[in-house]
Ligand binder design. Structure first.
Ligand code: EPU
Length: 409
């Protein structure tokens, strides 16, 4: 277990380049299992979740070569195996085994899938999508009883279920259609990968049309992580600093830019650079997380930290309606709030350093932002959960003038 030690109050200053997107890289690593060949994936972040995903696919026989942030994954010779529960229970992306193992082996064990524990995380939509394509759940295993293209109707635009539906439909001969799919940018990156592998995927009349078949190796570059970009922008706002963020598509971040601007941030975008600082007066606003292109739920705890360090505000989440457990952790720094249905009112209060345990990835980052903003020594236990999602976080914050170090605890 790791602990983060922060001596806060220094304004963030300088520029930072974001790493490849965690939530784009993970589906593609699992999707390689559905292909028969060698795939090249560039820009993969070296983070805990990716390392676990790679251990899982190598336990099925995938051969992996790594050169800095580029991965070469050879899936020509795989054999059916059940990745250990120790691995599947440690990351949420192990749900992508459903689509990829059904594609390759027509069988998958429904394990204890892990990930941040901020809410109940059902998988009914994943199972229903697979069932539309011919799968049947028997006990704790799901089998492809037949492999037939079909119309898949997702009851919610679940990112994970869209990933599984895309992978599985891409491996089935004929045309399937996915209605109600998620539209997050990482879905487009997966589509790019699967198209390179031989699937024909198009947006047609409000659905995704997928013409699948035999998939070969593919190649793709993972785009910059918009949640990491939003995190560094927030760090400048909470410390009254000034930052230049490089390496991400500003368009993907437009809802976050307007949300942070509504809290008083001064943000300018030119070319591939996003510059941010706190404007003259911070404002109280109501920010609502909704599926893409709305404000991302993964920045919701981070926006709450910005509100807490400013004049307060109201934060709501329509994706994970109970993703507010992290507020109990922020309470230790002096954050005062009132929970509402699917949201919370964050009050303006005086904050002070504290020692806390990171509740989950983004809740842990919200705690880190507050620790950076207050004058004095704070500690965050269970920092591994934060490092699962941020590449070289300590080094990047140090280069931005922050006094932060990570030690074994
Ligand atoms: N849902 C169901 N049934 C399902 C699947 C989802 O009811 O079968 C509900 C969930 O309870 C939730 C909503 O649908 O209320 C959306 O969940 P979704 O399936 O979209 O989330 P996910 O695929 O499990 C991914 C990211 C999360 C991110 C969400 C939403 C990965 C590995 N995880 O999760 O990222 O919050 O999409 O954008 O890509 C993070 O990075 O911190 C993180 C939690």
């Amino acid at each position: 277990m790791k602990k983060m030690i922060i001596n806060g109050t220094y304004p963030v200053s300088g520029s930072v380049r974001v790493s490849g997107s965690k939530n784009a890289a993970l589906p593609i690593i699992f999707a390689t299992l559905a292909t028969h060949g060698i795939s090249k994936i560039e820009g993969v972040p070296d983070i805990g979740d990716v390392r676990v995903a790679l251990r899982m696919i190598s336990s099925l026989g995938a051969r992996i070569a790594q050169s800095e942030n580029t991965l070469f994954i050879d899936t020509r010779e795989l054999s059916y195996n059940e990745p250990s529960e120790e691995l599947t229970s440690s990351i949420r992306a192990s749900t992508y085994l459903i689509g990829s193992m059904l594609s390759r082996f027509s069988e998958c064990k429904i394990s204890k899938f892990g990930g941040c524990n901020f809410s109940l995380r059902p998988i009914d939509i994943h199972i229903d999508a697979a069932a539309s394509l011919g799968a049947e759940l028997i006990g704790d295993r799901i089998y492809m009883k037949k492999r037939a293209p079909a119309d898949i109707r997702l009851r919610l635009p679940s990112v994970g279920a869209t990933v599984n539906a895309l992978i599985l439909a891409s491996s089935i001969e004929g045309e399937s259609r996915i209605f109600g799919a998620a539209r997050e940018p990482h879905i487009s990156t997966l589509i790019q990968f699967l198209s390179g592998a031989g699937a024909v995927i198009e947006e047609k009349g409000g659905c995704l049309s997928v013409k699948g078949g035999h998939l070969h190796g593919s190649s793709v570059r993972i785009p910059g992580d918009m949640i990491e970009a939003g995190t560094y922008i927030a760090s400048a706002l909470v410390t009254n600093g000034e930052i230049s963020v490089l390496g991400c598509e500003a368009e993907e971040l437009s809802s976050a830019v307007s949300a942070f601007s509504s809290l008083g941030a001064d943000i300018t975008i030119s070319g591939g650079e996003i510059k941010a600082r706190r404007g003259k007066a911070s404002r109280a606003a109501h920010i609502v997380a909704t599926p893409y292109p709305g404000f991302p739920t993964d920045l919701q705890p981070i926006a709450a930290a910005v509100m807490a360090c400013g004049v307060g505000g109201i934060i709501s989440d329509m994706v994970w309606q109970s993703r507010f457990g992290y507020l109990d952790t922020l309470f230790s720094f002096g954050v005062r709030y009132k929970k509402m249905l699917a949201g919370a009112i964050i009050e303006k209060t005086r904050l002070s350093p504290s020692a806390v345990k990171a509740p989950d990835l983004r809740g842990g980052v919200a705690a880190l932002l507050i620790a950076l903003s207050v004058n004095g020594h704070s500690e965050i236990e269970n920092a591994d959960v934060i490092l699962r999602g941020y590449e070289r976080l300590e080094e990047k914050f140090r280069l931005l003038g922050q006094d932060i170090r990570i030690e074994a605890s």
